[in-house]
Design a protein around this ligand. Structure first.
Ligand code: MOS
Length: 752
């Protein structure tokens, strides 16, 4: 049997995707369907004083124009950060309040998408405008959950000031990161069809069960009356996680017109009707003795949050896990401004904070006259610095050693500006990457047939990452089948419970449930075939029969393949539901996931701290005269437990690093300050790298065994790739030029 895990397997859905037969949510066209279009606010803060819909209503093809006064039976849900399933805790069109630019103020339904857009253009909204500011004022920040330390939003260990006083070298630096938007290729959309009290919603989603639970709850329907379907997702990155206002508006509009309605949000509207990466400020004070050992570590993160609600992605919880230090102080702060709700965007707690942390560590290394890799080595620790539990596995320095070797770190010039090549200044930089191993309960149903097939069903999602493929690989490996013989069904809320595809959890948590189902199939088979009068395992104590990837083995060398054994039993097949219940999952957390919420355990449990680690190294070249910044090489090494699919994992890591280059050098949602709006709301002006910006990208995937995280030994890798890149590039720019850049993105004007 060919090995199917820890090998390169081409995506099982590749052909369907490239031939257009993979259907995305907006490909569904229920019969009699009408088209929706949003009218979005022209002001950022104020009131709607009047809406004239007459011109829109007389536009040919327009069926209805709904406003806050006329939209019937519109329901809302609680926001994610308030413990609910919503993308925001403020809901537009409940009244006349305008809280952010581009907020939906009216909803047009028409016979064609073009007519709906024309109708939307003809809706005449009158506003009373008030002053607003799209940017936070960091001076006006406040501690998250002030007054209660319980969630660790403020943490003090030892004596920070004493640690700074005794240090041989200190750094005190502040970094800033901008607003960013996800820009998934697949547009946001929602299609709603009511049949009496039964509702079907097609919508690209990272959490179909959360959607179904939230929508059913809002309308007071049993969950069995609501279907939520999202078979393929064309990129999510955190933007398709919660229940959005545009979805609830579409559901209400469909009810209002008595016909199915599909809304495809326009690209510019995608910058205002959903979440984004909030801007942030990262303040670090570090101290170290002459040998480089940290004596003081302070990180204060200030992140932007809207006027309503508190968007908390606690980066300090991750930075303080990195390096050994006796004196630590961290604070998680927010500052308000006039935007929609931000949310999570790939490595929401890590991308911004590690730009700060790893740039500050680099600065400290220069001050100490140390190699920056050696500074990380001196401060590496197998015990979590503030939680006093060991890491379940931590291969940070193995990652640095591997990437140093691949990159040729020993060729790095000792002095700033010491490396040149013709008209180019050359610099080398490195940075640490990490991502927590978050744990969520999951189920999965597997049916194995002696004819040589298996079916895997679970309410997980493939957000473009290869989840269909890895789920098939896990079942194929355990049952002894080729990957093509395993059919995987996901992306429907009716399927067995699986967690949100967020926080890099799906492979580890949902994959472990698939693994468990296969083990249970083997156990049932062992019981049945051991009781038969014939066969190689006849009469063997079933508790001593073990599953060895496709083969049932008895204690004395007897064996039989799973498929042969299945053929022997009368049914010829076995169907079971596998489960993943990590010991760190309390009943309350399991209940949260099973009732449609998010019951996440980890990364710190009473026994272990669970993180994946990696290291990145980049070469930058800065032209002496044009000052353009190029990244000819970026190398990395990661250790994240078991690799399920070396091809899709490699792509994930490489994609993360490329997005890291984007964050470092290109990406920023520009703002129109006087009008408090996001400005470059299209892919032409929102800069991302093109092929010419990306040269050599090399990823090494290290072997690591971790028996604690889950039975597969898998740590999530969806987000770690982006984490270290911006700092590694900034550090290389410093090496080349002596300019320490502290604001993303880093552009030509910063190195003039
Ligand atoms: Mo991902 S930002 O955890 O959806």
């Amino acid at each position: 049997m060919a090995q199917t895990i820890n090998t390169e397997v081409t995506r099982t859905d590749a052909r369907r995707k490239v031939t257009g037969t993979a259907t995305y949510a907006a490909d569904e066209t229920p019969s009699g369907m009408l088209h929706g279009a949003l009218v979005c606010s022209a002001i950022a803060v104020g009131q709607v004083t009047a809406i004239d819909t007459s011109a829109a209503e007389s536009e040919p093809g327009v069926v209805a124009v709904f406003t806050h006064e006329t939209l019937p039976d519109y329901k809302t849900v609680k926001g994610f950060y308030a413990g609910g399933p919503g993308s925001s805790s403020f809901w537009p069109m409940e009244g006349t309040d305008i809280r952010y630019a581009g907020q939906p103020v009216a909803y047009v339904v028409a016979e064609t998408a073009a007519a709906a857009r024309r109708g939307a253009d003809l809706v005449n909204v009158t506003y009373q405008e008030a002053d607003g500011s799209i940017h936070m004022d960091p001076e006006d920040s406040f501690v998250v959950g002030a007054g209660e330390d319980s969630e660790g939003m403020v943490l003090t260990k030892g004596d920070l000031q004493a640690g700074l006083d005794e240090a041989a070298q200190t750094v005190d630096m502040t970094f800033t990161t901008p607003f960013q938007h996800h820009n998934p290729m697949e547009m946001f959309s929602a299609t709603a069809e009511w049949r009496g009290d039964r509702l079907t919603v097609w919508m690209p989603s990272q959490s179909v069960r959360t959607l179904r639970h939230g929508i059913a709850g809002a309308y007071g329907l049993p969950e069995t009356s609501v279907r939520v379907i999202s078979p393929f997702v064309g990129g999510a990155f955190g933007s398709k996680a919660g229940i959005t206002p545009y979805a609830m508006l579409t559901i209400a509009a469909a009810k209002g017109v008595g016909a199915p309605v599909r809304l495809i949000v326009t690209r510019p509207q995608m910058y205002t009707v959903a979440t984004f990466r909030p801007e942030s400020r990262q303040q670090f004070r570090l101290g170290a003795d002459a040998q480089g050992r940290l004596t003081a570590f302070e990180h204060v993160e200030i992140a932007q949050t809207p006027q309503f609600g508190e968007i908390v992605n606690p980066g300090t919880h991750i930075t303080r896990a990195m390096y050994a230090c006796p004196n630590i102080h961290t604070e998680q702060r927010l500052a308000r401004s006039d935007t929609n709700s931000g949310g999570f965007m790939r490595a929401p707690n890590e991308m911004q904070t590690f730009f700060g942390l790893e740039s500050a560590m680099d600065e400290l290394a220069w001050k100490l006259g140390m190699d920056p890799v050696e500074l990380r080595r001196v401060n590496d620790t197998m015990t979590h610095p503030t939680e006093d539990v060991p890491f379940s596995s931590r291969s940070l320095m193995e990652s640095y050693d591997a990437v140093s070797n691949s990159f040729g770190w020993d060729q790095r010039g000792r002095e700033i500006g010491s490396m040149t090549d013709g008209d180019w200044l050359v610099g080398y930089g490195c940075a640490t990457a990490t991502y927590p191993t978050n744990i969520l309960a999951s189920n999965a149903r597997v049916r194995a047939q002696g004819t040589g097939n298996a079916y895997v069903e679970l309410a997980a999602h493939d957000v473009g990452t290869g989840t269909y493929t890895i789920m098939a690989q896990i079942a194929a490996a355990r049952l002894g089948l080729p990957v093509e013989a395993v059919d995987v069904v996901m992306g429907e809320a009716d399927l067995p419970v699986a967690p949100i595809s967020g926080g890099s959890t799906t492979a580890a948590s949902a994959g472990s449930a698939v693994h468990d189902a296969c083990v249970k199939i083997a156990q049932q088979l062992a019981t049945q075939i051991s009781g038969m009068s014939e066969g190689p395992l006849s009469g063997v104590d079933p508790s001593r029969i073990t599953l060895d990837d496709g083969t049932l083995r008895g204690p004395d060398g007897q064996s039989q393949s799973v498929m042969e054994a299945l053929q022997m039993i009368p049914e010829g097949e076995i169907e079971v539901v596998g489960t993943f219940r990590h010991p760190a999952l309390t009943d309350q957390l399991i209940k949260a996931t099973f009732s449609g919420g998010y019951g996440t355990a980890g990364p710190v449990t009473p026994e272990f701290a669970m993180f994946a680690f990696g290291a990145e190294m980049v070469e930058v070249r800065i032209h002496k005269y044009t000052h353009e910044i190029r990244v000819p090489r970026i190398h990395s090494a990661f250790a994240a437990g078991t690799w399920l699919n070396r091809k899709t994992a490699h792509s994930q890591l490489m994609g993360g690093m490329i997005w890291g280059i984007s964050s470092a050098l290109h990406e920023v949602t520009e703002t129109d300050k006087p009008r408090s709006r996001f400005l470059n709301a299209n892919i032409a002006e929102y800069l991302v790298p093109v092929n010419a910006d990306i040269r050599e990208v090399r990823v090494e995937m290290l072997e690591e065994q971790d028996d604690y995280v889950n039975p597969l030994g898998v740590k999530g890798i969806g987000e770690i790739g982006i984490v270290g890149t911006a700092a590694a590039i900034g550090n290389a720019i410093y090496h080349a030029t002596g300019k320490r850049l502290t604001a993303l993105p880093m552009t030509i004007s910063d190195v003039l």
